[in-house]
Write a protein that binds this ligand. Sequence first.
Ligand code: FES
Ligand code: FES
Length: 173
Amino acid sequence: MVTITVNGVRREIQAPNDTPLLYVLRNDLELSGPQFGCGLSQCGSCSVLLDGKEIRSCVTPLSAALGKEVTTLEGLPARWAQQKGLSKVEAEKTLHPIQQAWIEEQTPLCGFCQNGMMIKATELLERNTTPTVAEIKEAFTTSGPSAHLCRCGSYTSIIEAVQRAAQVMAKAR
Ligand code: FES
Ligand code: FES
């Protein structure tokens, strides 16, 4: 048995250390944000944050999460609430600005890839609140082990949603 911290909560896991983190999140912890796409670190749909950095959970062993903070799509509202210093009551009614922007821009088509897109956007906007279009494209294409792929071609609205979220996050700081 090992203990990992996911979305701010310590969770005990009974699985071998080399189990892919994605399997633990989806099967043991019933977190359905991260998706199984390629299983080969080539699409980005399984992405989560590990100490604030985007990783591909399909190829990351459970052991890599020991002593670190895992944040999934489900944990983004609480992450934002903590960064903003919101009360518990306020936090329960709050979406992360990235999730809100995705809704307002009607970004998802089939939606399968969008977990990874929002996780990557979170990583980007936490370190750069005013990214240029070129920096947004770079984040989604060449900054990680592979480009984040959207088979539906929602790339333009992803860029627009990142820009919308960036405005909200910059104002909040
Ligand atoms: S499922 Fe992990 S990168 Fe595709
Ligand atoms: S919205 Fe369908 S794969 Fe991206």
